[in-house]
Design a protein around this ligand. Structure first.
Ligand code: ACO
Length: 324
């Protein structure tokens, strides 16, 4: 019917950063962070844990579960906004590390929706190239793009990577459909500058560099509304009721966004997989990390309907349904 997931994997940096650790860095406290975001800890990369290295280990774990070797991979897609280089792509570094010699590789930049957008790319590619195998990865080291003096943002984000191996399968399993959206007119509510241009003709003196900038309250409002709309439209289009969804894996933004979303779409809380308390918001990596944890914990059974949804900078957002 569509692209199926043959295996999942993830990789988290070793170093754990607690709310108490953050109290030493900015004027904040554990109670504030927990009550506003639900986050207790997040991971922070150290030397040797660049985005492509986390991505490579996550990919190896997914390939091991799938029983697929690197030389069988045809395409590598990495969803990221925090690769250690702009060119080549993170995906090219993963291709090199894995020795996936016949694969072509590219990155997707859709912020926190990157994995979801990449999954749609992969599904549509596989419907045309039915024998192909795709490695889809979400990987971030946002610790390198965080302003550690800004208590509004530095408490939210974490580093990590998650990966899946996908191929096309006839039958009932696989991706049923997705509903993806963007609205560039709202870019200035959540963004990250690149380095200032070296071309004097287009140099912008007010470019503050590459930190994440965010209007938290506005992002909160749009995130809930947009994900709710994307999920409702998708369920209606595919003629699926929310009660038939077996598991929902939302982008792990923060607990208050998720609780509001869950109550608005009317899914039982025990059907929603949440690990934001451990890893914070890992942007494009959050869905595949949660998917791998859920899968390894036995939360997904054959034939289960899985609903994923996300929201991120751009704005970008959407939802997808797949039969496990
Ligand atoms: N510790 C203590 N106090 C803080 C902190 C902190 N870390 N951060 C902000 N405050 C203070 C503010 O300065 C403000 O103080 P003031 O009233 O004296 O001015 C007060 O707390 C309230 O600030 P608000 O920004 O209004 O706090 P709010 O309740 O909106 O919570 C938060 C902020 C958690 C960022 C919230 O807006 C939110 O969750 N937004 C969504 C952001 C998000 O998830 N972004 C991720 C990227 S997009 C995505 O993944 C969906």
């Amino acid at each position: 019917m569509g692209a199926v997931i043959l295996g999942t994997g993830s990789c988290l940096p070793r170093r754990v950063l607690t709310n108490q650790d953050l109290e030493e860095i900015v004027d904040t406290n554990d109670e504030w962070i927990l009550s506003r975001t639900g986050i207790s800890t997040r991971r922070k990369s150290s030397k040797g844990e660049e985005t492509y290295r986390l991505a490579t280990v996550a990919a190896e774990n997914a390939m091991q579960m799938a029983g697929v070797t690197a030389d069988e991979i045809d395409l590598i897609i990495v969803a990221t906004i925090s690769s250690h280089m702009t060119m080549p792509s993170c995906a090219c570094f993963v291709q090199k590390e894995l020795g996936a010699n016949k694969a072509f590789a590219y990155d997707v930049n859709a912020a926190c929706s990157g994995f979801l957008f990449g999954m749609d790319n992969a599904d549509k590619y596989l419907r045309c190239e039915k024998g192909a195998k795709i490695l889809l990865i979400g990987a971030e080291t946002l610790s390198g793009r965080t302003n550690w003096e800004d208590r509004n943002t530095c408490i939210l984000f974490g580093d990590g990577a998650g990966a899946v191996v996908m191929e096309y399968e006839d039958g009932a399993r696989g991706i049923i459909g997705s509903n993806l959206r963007s609205d560039g007119s709202l870019w200035n509510l959540l963004y990250m500058h690149s380095a200032p241009s070296s071309n004097p003709d287009i140099f912008q003196a007010d470019n503050p560099g590459s930190h994440i900038m965010m209007e938290g309250r506005e992002v909160f409002k749009y995130a809930v509304k947009a994900m709710e709309g994307a999920v409702q439209e998708l369920l209606e289009r595919e003629n699926v009721s929310i009660s038939s969804v077996g598991l929902m894996i939302p982008h792990q933004a923060n607990i208050r966004i998720l609780k509001k979303l869950v109550s608005r779409i009317g899914i039982e809380e025990e059907k929603v997989f949440i690990n934001v308390q451990k890893y914070g918001n890992t942007s494009a990596a959050s869905i595949p990390i949660a998917l791998d944890e859920a899968n390894r914990a036995g939360r997904l059974q054959p034939d289960d309907l899985l609903l994923v949804c996300s929201f991120g900078g751009g704005f970008t957002w959407g939802a997808a349904l797949l039969r496990w």
